[in-house]
Each structure stands twice: as structure tokens, then as C-alpha cells.
Design a protein around this ligand. Structure first.
Ligand code: ATP
Ligand code: MG
Length: 359
């Protein structure tokens, strides 16, 4: 099978973490039973500076037509839109392709210096609704002389898709032996009518997915429990802003941005990208941790494999994830964000070696 992958390497450390990731995918292609055609597409702050467009129409069209989209990081501190806002074509992509499900795994990485070091390993997933909620008025909030307003919008259609994605994810994790088939709807239904609506739709979808356990929780309590008893979670589905905040908390728990992958999934397209930004403070030094990008690529392989019923891709995804774990178990493979001294190239080489060493 030939798969066309749109590659948006963007700005800052983006190209530095993308290159070794593509090399690993090439290594995996034969055993996965696929051929990758990588198509580099211009986008980001550098592209905006050079062409006046952060996400050229041609890039958007090519990304739409690709089988999957890999994105590393976009944005530069000194390049902004005329109104002063950050250049973030990620949001444009999310809206253009209706990428409503932001998947953020929270998984303990060996050797990552998380605050829960020594505690039992974590393995749960947050799915953040990514197109509405408290971001519904994104960029269109109203500011008057003495008050400002933003809109919270929850729609039935998107909520149903979000919850169904949560139940499907819980089922998949149970199949893989990673979860017990449990979805938590996280909201603030005790205070806001919009969240009571959200929760009511969750209950409806739960009734249609009786093979998966369904629970509800308030977002404030969830923040506490993610730290105090994270093992209670399997799949969390939540509103956009709550998911934004909880997934950064999750990245903190698992050892930082350098190891936190993500996926933004819609009905037809999906974008796989690390949770981190372009890290201008370390760009060009060759010391960025490539693992978040590599783990995002592993999520892409699994998504492609599942969608196409191609077991070889799912197996390759699991192998790549295991190779990252095996590599990072050795302190010599850890970059500075993990307390080590490895360069990007050394960390990536360790992952490649671990991949070869696997049975
Ligand atoms: P954005 O607004 O795009 O999310 P940001 O300003 O929040 O970006 P990042 O660019 O993610 O932040 O950087 C935050 C900090 O984390 C920086 O100090 C950066 O060097 C560090 N960092 C981010 N990604 C990595 C990585 N892959 N390896 C090592 N350090 C990283
Ligand atoms: Mg940020």
C-alpha cells in the first residue's frame, strides 16, 4: 500500500525533530507493508514572513488530499499577524478539516522526570473537543470599554461525534490491553447549562455504547484526581478549554513537552503533532527532544492501520512506541529536557537502534 503523508515541518525545532522521524518511518515501511510518499508543504511563521501566507491554499489542498498529516511546530516570536496575534495555522487546519477530536495520551515514559516518579505507571488518554466550546468565538470575542465577552458553544452534532470517538478509543485500548473500557465525561455541569447539555448527550451516547463503562466528573475534581489518583482514568472526553488545560497537566505528569505526542482527528483527515511548540530558545542547536514527534508518528501509524484494517501498520506503531521507551531507559539517550546530554541526533539514533534490536 502506498501512503501519501503531508509533512508540515514548520518553524524553530520543527524541521530538527521531523527529519529523524521521517527516517524512522522509512525504516518501518517494509515491515509495515507500506510505502510512504512524504510531501513537504510550506506553512508556518517562516512561510508567512516569506510569502505573506501562513497556510497557502496549495498546502491546505495537498494536506486535505493526503492520507495523513504530520506537523511538527509552527510559530516564531518575532513574526506575527498585523493585529499582533501569533501565527498558528494549526487552528486553521483544525477548522478547515473539522478536526474535532484532540487526542492527548498521558503515558509514563521511562526516565522522564515527572513529578510522579516512583508512582505506578500512567496510561490514559484525554480527548479534547477542538472546534467549539470556549474557543467558539476564537478571535471574535467582544471587547467594550468596561466589559468583554466570549462565547461558549456546545453543539449536539459535535458532542455526539466526540463521545463516540471516546467510546471507540476505550474499546480499542481494551483490545490492546491498555485500558479497561471506561470513559469519563469531564465538565462543569453543576454550574453551566451548556455543560449540563453536554453531559446529557454523553449519557445518551453511553446508552448506545453499553459495552463501555461511562462516568462523569467535574473538571476541578479531575485536575485533583489526575495528580492524586490518575490510575482511575482510562479515556477522558472533555470540552475544548478544559481539555487544553488538562492536557498540559497531563504533559507535566508524563515528564514534559519533549515526550508528549498528540493527534487532531476529524472524519476524513487527521493531523499528528507533538504537544510542544517551536521552542525558539533551543532552535538551531540540535538538542531538541525528538521523542514527542516520533510518538506522534506512532499514533499516525496506528490511526492509518485501524482505518484501513492494515494490521502491519498497527504493529509498526506499537514497535515504534516500544523503541522510544527502550531507548529512553538508557540515560545516554536522554536530551536536556529529560536531564540528559544527548543531542537530537543521538536520541533518534538510540530509537533507531532499539527498533533494530527488538525481536
Ligand atoms: P506554543 O505557543 O507554540 O505552544 P510555547 O511557547 O508554549 O509554544 P514551546 O515552544 O513548546 O512553548 O516551548 C516551551 C519550553 O519547552 C521551551 O523552553 C522549550 O525549549 C521547551 N521544549 C519544547 N519542546 C521541546 C523539545 N522537543 N525538546 C526539548 N525542549 C523542548
Ligand atoms: Mg504553548
Amino acid at each position: 500500500m502506498r501512503l501519501e503523508i503531508a509533512v508540515l515541518e514548520g518553524d524553530g525545532i520543527g524541521p530538527e525533530v521531523m527529519a529523524p522521524t521521517l527516517a524512522l518511518l522509512e525504516t518501518l515501511a517494509p515491515e509495515a507493508g507500506v510505502e510512504f510518499a512524504f510531501r513537504a508543504l510550506p506553512a508556518g511563521a517562516g512561510c508567512y514572513r516569506d510569502t505573506g501566507e501562513a497556510l497557502p491554499e496549495a498546502s491546505l489542498d495537498a494536506a486535505r488530499a493526503a492520507d495523513a498529516i504530520l506537523l511538527s511546530a509552527m510559530g516564531l516570536p518575532d513574526v506575527r499577524y498585523p493585529d499582533g496575534t501569533e501565527i498558528s495555522p494549526q487552528i486553521a487546519l483544525r477548522m478547515a478539516f473539522g478536526l474535532f477530536a484532540g487526542v492527548r495520551p498521558v503515558r509514563t515514559i521511562p526516565g522522564a522526570p515527572g513529578p510522579l516518579a516512583g508512582a505506578p505507571a500512567l496510561d490514559f488518554v484525554i480527548i479534547r473537543e477542538s472546534t467549539e466550546g470556549l474557543f467558539a468565538s476564537h478571535g471574535r470575542g467582544v471587547v467594550e470599554a468596561d466589559r468583554a465577552r466570549e462565547t461558549l458553544e456546545i453543539t449536539r452534532a459535535t458532542s455526539e461525534k466526540l463521545f463516540d470517538a471516546g467510546f471507540a478509543m476505550a474499546r480499542r485500548r481494551r483490545e490492546l490491553g491498555r485500558g479497561r473500557g471506561l470513559v469519563h465525561c469531564v465538565d462543569k455541569a453543576n454550574v453551566f447549562k451548556a455543560f449540563a447539555f453536554f453531559r446529557a448527550i454523553f449519557r445518551e451516547r453511553a446508552a448506545l455504547n453499553p459495552d463501555v463503562a461511562a462516568e462523569t466528573a467535574y473538571v476541578d475534581a479531575t485536575a485533583l484526581w489526575m495528580v492524586q489518583r490518575p490510575a482511575m482514568f482510562d479515556v477522558i472526553v472533555t470540552e475544548n478549554m478544559f481539555g487544553d488545560i488538562l492536557s498540559d497537566l497531563g504533559a507535566g505528569l508524563m515528564g514534559g513537552l519533549g515526550v508528549a505526542p498528540s493527534a487532531d482527528i476529524g472524519e476524513a483527515q487527521a493531523v499528528f503533532q507533538p504537544c510542544h511548540g517551536s521552542a525558539p530558545d533551543i532552535a538551531g542547536k540540535g538538542v531538541a527532544n525528538p521523542c514527542a514527534m516520533i510518538l506522534s508518528a506512532a499514533m499516525m501509524l496506528d490511526w492509518l492501520g485501524e482505518r484501513r484494517g492494515h494490521a502491519g501498520l498497527c504493529a509498526a506503531a506499537a514497535r515504534l512506541e516500544r523503541a522510544v521507551d527502550a531507548a529512553l531507559a538508557d540515560p545516554a539517550a536522554r536530551t536536556a529536557d529529560l536531564g540528559g546530554r544527548a543531542t537530537t541526533a543521538q536520541a533518534a539514533a538510540a530509537v533507531a537502534a532499539a527498533l533494530t534490536a527488538q525481536p
